[in-house]
Design a protein around this ligand. Structure first.
Ligand SMILES: [Zn+2]
Length: 322
């Protein structure tokens, strides 16, 4: 079939239908590029439509402006501490870090407490305001492509679960590449389209415009001026984290032989029958329940997100860096 939007990775207009429903059972046309295996919601909404959606969403959420709960801050703070431990080998004392899609600001806050010059970018007004007012950290409220920073002024840009929400991942990577110094680091974490830890019907989230596997994520970095350094999968295979280094020259026209067939095989082979034959549907809900109970218990004695993050910092992070 011919998709309504061309492939954002290789530019091809040759795709195959992958799914017609999202995880809530609503209609969502999801296609896969025959040339490279990139997966997207077709057509991809324009950036203008996304902006409208976000601003209307805010209005609906009036009162509103939702802010992260203590449980949310606890969960995100623990994840942020874990991310720091994994990335510390790539950092220099006082590094300038920009976290694109900074959520409630937990990662930026903890990095600043370790004396890094960290800032965030966040389009969700409630979360951006929470970061600015409650955590008192610098966060740009808006879309990443509106943010102007001096060229080659950053050492690291991180996108944790944000690239899949953007209208044009390749343009976003080119944009943030301009902020990075030569050999600066780009860290991207996204859901893995090959994951089989969730129920087959839960694969496609309506707010995720793109889905990647390790190969398509690696090639997206390569095509936008980055050299791939490493890729890790989370223990359950649900998330991909890739680290790149800025090189400056992208290699255009990336076709990835066999990647489309590989993803089709995995997605179509992940049937309900096979899913219920694995341990995931039994182990995963129990693990989540245990985590929620633990979060309730752990957050009980705190009155603010800031207090909570300071406790995570003193328990889990070094006093000084390095
Ligand atoms: Zn493609």
């Amino acid at each position: 079939m011919i998709p309504r939007s061309p492939c954002n990775l290789c530019g091809a207009r040759e795709a195959e239908d992958l799914a017609s429903l999202d995880r809530y059972g609503k209609s969502l046309q999801t296609v896969i590029c025959r040339k490279c295996g990139l997966v997207w919601s077709d057509p991809v909404p324009s950036e203008q439509a996304l902006r409208k959606f976000y601003s209307e969403e805010y209005r609906l959420q009036y009162k509103g402006i939702t802010r992260p709960t203590l449980e949310h801050v606890y969960r995100a703070g623990k994840v942020a501490a874990h991310r720091f431990r994994r990335l510390k080998g790539l950092l220099k004392p006082g590094s300038v870090i920009v976290d694109v899609g900074s959520g409630g600001g937990e990662f930026v806050y903890l990095m600043r407490r370790l004396d890094f010059d960290a800032q965030g970018v966040q389009p969700h007004e409630g979360y951006a305001r929470y970061s600015q007012e409650e955590l008192e950290i610098p966060v740009h409220l808006g879309f990443v492509r509106e943010v102007r920073l001096p060229p080659e002024s950053c050492h690291m840009v991180t996108l944790f679960h944000s690239l899949e929400h953007m209208a044009s991942p390749s343009e976003v990577l080119e944009h943030v590449g301009e902020w990075l110094e030569r050999r600066g680091r780009l860290v991207i974490e996204v859901p893995n389209v090959e994951a089989t830890c969730q129920s087959p019907g839960h694969r496609f989230h309506p707010a995720h415009l793109y889905s990647f596997n390790p190969a398509s994520l690696r090639h997206l970095g390569g095509g936008t001026g980055f050299r791939h350094l490493r890729t890790d999968l989370s223990p359950d295979g649900g998330n991909i984290t890739a680290v790149f280094e800025k090189e400056g020259v992208g290699s255009a026209g990336t076709e990835i032989a066999g990647n489309c067939e590989r993803i089709l095989g995995i997605v179509r082979g992940h049937t309900l029958l096979r899913h219920f034959g694995s341990s995931h549907p039994y182990v995963r809900p129990l693990r989540k329940l245990r985590e929620r109970v633990q979060e309730k218990r752990a957050t009980r004695r705190f009155h603010s997100g800031r207090e909570l993050l300071d406790a995570i910092r003193s328990r889990e992070l070094p006093v000084n860096f390095p």
